[in-house]
Design a protein around this ligand. Structure first.
Ligand code: IVH
Length: 506
């Protein structure tokens, strides 16, 4: 059956609508239609394209789901070198950078600066031809990168067509636009991915950056699609039909086109203002929902930045101020086992308390016993501990040179420390499990999860309360929560009238 004009028009319309509403939903986080309405539009488009494959266009939202067309990553040459950044570690370094810059400029020149978070992700270069995303490539060696277009299309915050909001203010796409940004995981998406990996018996990722890299380098873009990456765009690498003179305007323009730009970017009139703001940036680090490892200070005037040129691979017009590593060393005192809600055995390290990145750390995760073995982490070792945002701290390595021979190898338990049931390791799994569904620790985790914010959200049911209820045998699983009566609760120590009333109401 051939396609008639009406069908072609409807496909165009659906494509625009779905792209527009995804942009509102994923980039602006404010949708104007219901999920159901969205699904109806999307399904209509899928059906139409299925019946008439010739209607599929490269910017169709149906192209985001990934395909198994295996590509051996063809190479692509970037239109301009994808440069790196010089580093500064303290105020003196930053001042010295400005001095070097000013020496190359006419006397009396004053500079203003933009500050952006230094996103800890992977650089990707996107090419839009007449508004359509036609190519996405990794940084590679800075000149030639891997073509990862199908994988990149799975990322919902990347517009397939610009401007992403075709229904808005009449701005049109330039003839050609090549932009650069960082592809990464939001912290919560990374944690959720690891929970899914663990639940499926697959290895967990130790850091978000490596996980993002792995997700991007998949041969099967459906795997990339199952790992919710995001992208922040901060630079125009090359363009035809648009020139911008200020970094600040560039960020504005990129947002107008529908890109996510680095959150909290700011414009400061002098370098002293930038320096004054650094402590605020450092303390914001742990509250942001993505990983940053510093800030990038850029000369706002792009014509001056261009004139300044490059040294080696670093443009003179920008520098990265790197935060002090959230890393330290301490003694691993004990191997502590916890049991997750699926029965998974989680190895943890009790540490000699150490102050890292603003807090005292006395516990860290060891992930799984394969990792413990591979890194050869032992009890009594001096270990490197790394904090990554608000994620549980990691033990990343032992300091082998400091061993005195008394260190003890960490072995997986043979029996559950909470219920004595023999521990099992399902075939092909990196994890060990307590198979006893009545294991008190496991039940505790299940109930905690069940009443938690993301689930039933029962107020007044913290982990101590759950523990008491299990100990006093008032509940044995999640379902028992619904048959809890106030009377036996009132007999428990620390359970007053008010508390019980509140709990029952919740
Ligand atoms: S600007 C010529 N801005 O940090 C422009 N880079 O250590 C140079 N990065 O290779 C890059 N966030 O991958 C810039 N807001 C940001 C950034 C950023 C992260 C990365 C980028 C670069 C590396 C340099």
């Amino acid at each position: 059956m051939s396609v008639d004009v009406e069908q072609r028009q409807r496909a165009n319309e659906l494509r625009e609508l779905v792209n527009y509403h995804s942009y509102r939903y994923y980039v602006l986080s404010e949708s104007v239609i219901s999920d159901g309405e969205f699904d109806r539009l999307f399904n209509e488009l899928i059906a139409l394209e299925k019946a008439h494959p010739e209607l599929v266009t490269p910017d169709s939202p149906t192209q985001r789901s990934g395909s198994d067309v295996s590509e051996d990553f063809p190479k692509s040459r970037h239109p301009a070198p994808i440069l790196s950044l010089s580093n500064a570690y303290n105020e003196a370094d930053i001042r010295a950078w400005e001095e070097r810059t000013l020496k190359l400029l006419p006397t009396g020149t004053t500079l203003d600066y933009t500050v952006e978070p230094k996103l800890d992700g992977l650089t990707v270069v996107l090419t839009y031809e007449r508004g359509i995303l036609t190519l996405a490539a990794t940084r590679g060696n800075g000149e030639i990168g891997d073509v990862v277009t199908p994988n990149i299309k799975t990322i919902r915050t990347i517009p397939l067509r610009i401007p992403a909001h075709t229904h808005a203010d009449g701005k049109s796409a330039p003839e050609r636009l090549v932009v650069r940004g960082e592809v990464m995981f939001l912290k919560r998406d990374f944690e959720a991915l690891n929970e899914r990996q663990a639940a499926a018996g697959l290895p967990v990722f130790i850091n978000a950056r490596n996980a993002a890299s792995g997700a991007l380098k998949q041969k099967d873009s459906r795997i990339t699609a199952s790992r919710p990456l995001t992208m922040f765009v901060y630079q125009i690498v090359d363009s035809v039909g648009i020139t911008l003179d200020k970094q600040w305007d560039m960020l504005d323009y990129l947002r107008d086109m529908g890109f996510q730009t680095p959150p909290d970017a700011a414009l400061y009139p002098t370098l002293s203002d930038v320096i004054q703001q650094i402590p605020a940036w450092e303390s914001r680090r742990n509250t942001l929902n993505f990983e940053i490892d510093g800030i990038v200070i850029k000369v706002n005037d792009l014509r001056i930045a261009r004139e300044l040129g490059i040294v080696g691979k670093d443009p003179r017009g920008a520098t990265a101020y790197k935060f002090a590593a959230q890393e330290g060393t301490t003694k691993l005192l004990r191997h502590v086992i916890s049991i997750g809600r699926t029965g998974r055995v989680i190895p943890n390290a009790a540490l000699e308390p150490v102050f890292i990145g603003g807090t005292t750390i006395s516990n860290a995760t060891l992930h799984n016993y394969d990792i413990v073995k591979a890194l050869d982490i032992r009890i009594g070792d001096t270990v490197v501990v790394k904090r990554m945002g608000d994620v549980i701290p990691n033990v990343t390595a032992p300091v082998v040179a400091l061993r005195d021979g008394t260190e003890q190898v960490i072995d997986p338990p043979t029996h559950c420390p909470f219920c004595e049931t023999p521990i099992i390791r399902p075939e092909g799994s990196v994890d060990f499990y307590c198979p006893n569904v009545h294991c008190p620790e496991r039940v505790q985790r299940q109930v905690e999860f069940f009443v938690s914010r993301g689930a039933l959200d029962i107020d007044g049911m913290g982990s101590q309360t759950v523990k008491t209820l299990i100990e006093k045998q008032l509940i044995q699983d999640e379902a028992d929560i619904f048959s809890l009566k106030p009377e036996p609760l009132l007999e428990l120590e620390g359970f007053g009238d008010k508390k019980v009333q509140k709990l029952m109401a919740s």
